[in-house]
Design a protein around this ligand. Structure first.
Ligand SMILES: [Zn+2]
Length: 244
């Protein structure tokens, strides 16, 4: 969420030629909560691994920048071994804060449209319990039906909040043109990719589930926003209220 200032760090991606061409770039900072105040972050994912894939590196960066941040990490379909993996994944990104942050549900994988009423009730309960400053959720145009329902219910439930829709690489090839970027360090990008491989053993046999996929997408998004170390995660931010 923080805009960044280019000061010549990372010569590989911020060459002096680039600086000559574009000059110093100063982006406005978007501050989800005033510095010093505890920022509340809500992460929503349909399945175990969605949050980590969509915004894992951003969470690492956010937790580093805001050590007092309060997280709520909700996975709507996580039972059996997938529940164990969801907890492992959250721990790798939130550390000890995961213990109080993680909430797992048992909705049936692939059938969220048929579970809409119960899911809506569950969202309403969540909104009564936790008031976030920023929400990470699935994209409105995601072609996976479960992802789309979570996105729709996020917008339906949270009407006064900053919502950032993350990306999930998949067979459908439904990547669009995101409008918001969070540059992350190369070490955070690598840490995310490795944590995904470590935490989600049931997914490792899927042809797309690889460090290369995750790093490749972050590298592309880093290129698009001229990230200092070349890596970023991208989001769709459909509404933002500016108060100058
Ligand atoms: Zn998913």
């Amino acid at each position: 969420m923080r805009g960044h200032r280019r000061r010549g760090r990372g010569p590989r991606f911020d060459s002096s030629a680039n600086r000559r061409a574009y000059g110093e770039i100063h982006l406005l900072e978007l501050k989800p909560a005033a510095r010093g105040r505890r920022v509340r972050v809500l992460c929503l994912g349909a399945h175990s691994d969605d949050i980590e894939i969509g915004c894992g590196a951003t969470i690492l960066q956010l937790a580093r920048a805001r050590p007092r941040a309060e997280f709520r990490w909700v996975v709507w379909s996580a039972t059996g071994v997938r529940a164990t993996e969801a907890k492992q994944g959250a721990r790798k990104f939130l550390g000890s804060a995961a213990a109080d942050a993680v909430a797992l549900h048992g909705f049936r994988d692939g059938y969220f449209p048929a579970e809409f009423a119960n899911l809506k009730d569950s969202f309403e309960t969540l909104a009564r319990e936790f008031t976030p400053d920023v929400i990470f959720t699935h994209g409105r145009d995601d072609r996976h039906q479960d992802h789309r329902i979570v996105s729709d219910l996020t917008w339906n439930t949270f009407r006064d909040h900053l919502i950032l829709e993350y990306e999930i690489p998949k067979w459908d090839g439904d990547h669009g043109q995101p409008n918001s970027y969070v540059p992350v360090s190369r070490s955070e990008a690598l840490r995310k990719a490795r944590a995904l491989m470590d935490a989600f053993g049931t997914q490792r046999n899927k042809d797309w589930f690889s460090e290369e996929t995750f790093l490749g997408l972050m590298r592309l998004r880093g290129m698009e926003c001229r990230a200092p170390e070349g890596y970023a995660e991208a989001f769709n931010m459909r509404k933002a209220i500016l108060d100058f």
